[in-house]
Design a protein around this ligand. Structure first.
Ligand SMILES: [Zn+2]
Ligand SMILES: [Zn+2]
Length: 183
């Protein structure tokens, strides 16, 4: 959804919405490496407040995403509970160099720009989700992954390849540093 700046009154605007996968898909790369899916729409609550040169956005994004584990390729539920805070600067102020004079209350807070007339609310939410994604997503810290030989999911089953790897002979080779140490 879009929010027009002129619709933000002095007391600010509160927006609560259920955010679905359709809204996110517009911002996803064609070959999305995360294969993000939703079990249910996300619960988004945002407050927009006008400041002299910018719009202050704060709120939360909550819900669960269905993600693919990078190690075992299983789908799992990834709980999302994101606090959101950002300052949106009007591009025209930035072009005039006014933004440089703005003292930010917290330098670590994000700064974004908008065209001065309307705010792309979906873009803010999508960016917040992408920023929250870790580079490697695991279904659990100790996910055992897939057997590199037979492809068995080692979280659910053991395979004979693993046993062969533990034979006295391989232990000997390992002692001679010919095989990498197993976990
Ligand atoms: Zn896993
Ligand atoms: Zn195997």
């Amino acid at each position: 959804m879009k929010l027009r700046i002129e619709d933000i009154k002095d007391e600010g605007v509160e927006i609560s919405l259920m955010w679905s996968r359709v809204s996110l898909s517009a911002f996803m790369a064609p070959n999305d490496p995360y294969e993000i899916d939703f079990s249910e729409p996300l619960d988004v609550h945002l407050i927009f407040k006008k400041k002299p040169n910018c719009v202050h956005v704060s709120g939360t994004v909550k819900g669960a995403l269905i993600m693919t584990c990078h190690r075992c390729l299983d789908h799992f539920s990834w709980i999302l509970d994101l606090p959101l805070e950002t300052f949106l600067y009007d591009k025209s102020y930035v072009d005039k160099g006014v933004a440089e004079e703005v003292e930010l209350e917290d330098k670590d807070l994000e700064e974004e720009f908008f065209d001065g007339e309307e705010i792309d609310v979906d873009l803010i939410i999508a960016e917040e989700i992408f920023l929250a994604l870790p580079q490697v997503l695991l279904c659990s810290e100790d996910c055992k992954g897939l057997c590199s030989h037979c492809g068995a999911n080692l979280n659910r089953e053991s395979c004979t390849c693993k046993r062969a790897g533990n034979s006295p002979f391989s232990a000997l080779l390992r002692r001679k540093h010919l095989l990498p140490l197993t976990r």
